[in-house]
Design a protein around this ligand. Sequence first.
Ligand SMILES: NC(=O)c1ccc[n+]([C@@H]2O[C@H](COP(=O)([O-])OP(=O)(O)OC[C@H]3O[C@@H](n4cnc5c(N)ncnc54)[C@H](O)[C@@H]3O)[C@@H](O)[C@H]2O)c1
Length: 328
Amino acid sequence: MRILVTGGAGYIGSHTVRHLLKHGHTVSVYDNLSRGHSAAVNASILTQGDLLDSARLDHVMATNQIEAVIHFAAFAQVGESTKNPEIYYRNNVVGTISLIEAMKRNKITKMVFSSTCATYGIPTVVPIVEETPQKPINPYGKTKLMVEWILKDMCASHKWSCASLRYFNAAGASPDGDIGEDHSPETHLIPLAIAAAIGKSKPLEIFGNDYPTPDGTCIRDYIHVDDLANAHRLALEKAIPGEHLCLNLGTGKGSSVHEILDAVREVTGHAVPFSIGPRREGDPPALVASSKKAQLRLGWEASHKNIRDIIATAWRWHQSHPDGYKKG
Ligand SMILES: NC(=O)c1ccc[n+]([C@@H]2O[C@H](COP(=O)([O-])OP(=O)(O)OC[C@H]3O[C@@H](n4cnc5c(N)ncnc54)[C@H](O)[C@@H]3O)[C@@H](O)[C@H]2O)c1
């Protein structure tokens, strides 16, 4: 298939691009590089452009005869979305409408969309199934749920085939250490813990240790970025006209913050210095996915299930690129 990957110079996008190429697809990347890295993808397939630039989208879709879109491009920081919600609604919702309109003009009817467990808000029952009520508690999660609604309507009205993949916590890096996670500012636990372990940053602040979990810290489901990539390919290859397929993607196993810090120590050989801070508003005690539906519908399940193995890939990336994409 000839696939346009928006946000393909970002963390999950760049791993998915590699995966698609390995499986024989033809890939074009569309990214404004506001938060991505040109070094994460081959220059020959990258078009620098914004979701809101209709003419550029038309051009890239037409010249590459695009048949399907995987849509990663978005802003994805919860805290930032609470401070500046209007930026999030514009980029994530208006930007996606612009993309959808370009797809319609170019007669492209297949999309796989990056949704998130943040659409569930604070669930009362874990593991979380797809039928769990979606009640996002921050603007970021709301923008993603809005796009899910739009895609549902595109499927119903125009027989599009769309999949909204609700990822839990993306983690790890390409096992060969060539590409990995490089966000600025970094907000994800594993890269932050690695940086603290090797003395590159201040001690890690743990946001609350009085949650109703076995060690008092929050539990999250860490899913390897290559497993996410595989699910995107399968969702495209198995798309059904008229269907909006919603799937959770996780390992089904949660790790607490303390368990992550222990695993980082085992993998890197350095203890992670930490301090205990107050809880963050809106942090649920545990978010763990049930991915049974993804297994049933796509034949997909996570292949990286051991958190140490996932962290080992992040560590390898860090060792080969200590300053991210800037050097190395
Ligand atoms: N990282 C996670 O744990 C996680 C979890 C759930 C969902 N998601 C979703 O997955 C997607 C990818 O996440 P990521 O961690 O790889 O993020 P990322 O920031 O690394 O990648 C996003 C990419 O989109 C590009 N982009 C943003 N706005 C754009 C625009 N208007 N036009 C063109 N390009 C634009 C950025 O430059 C960047 O390269 C996001 O949609 C995010 O909401 C991520």
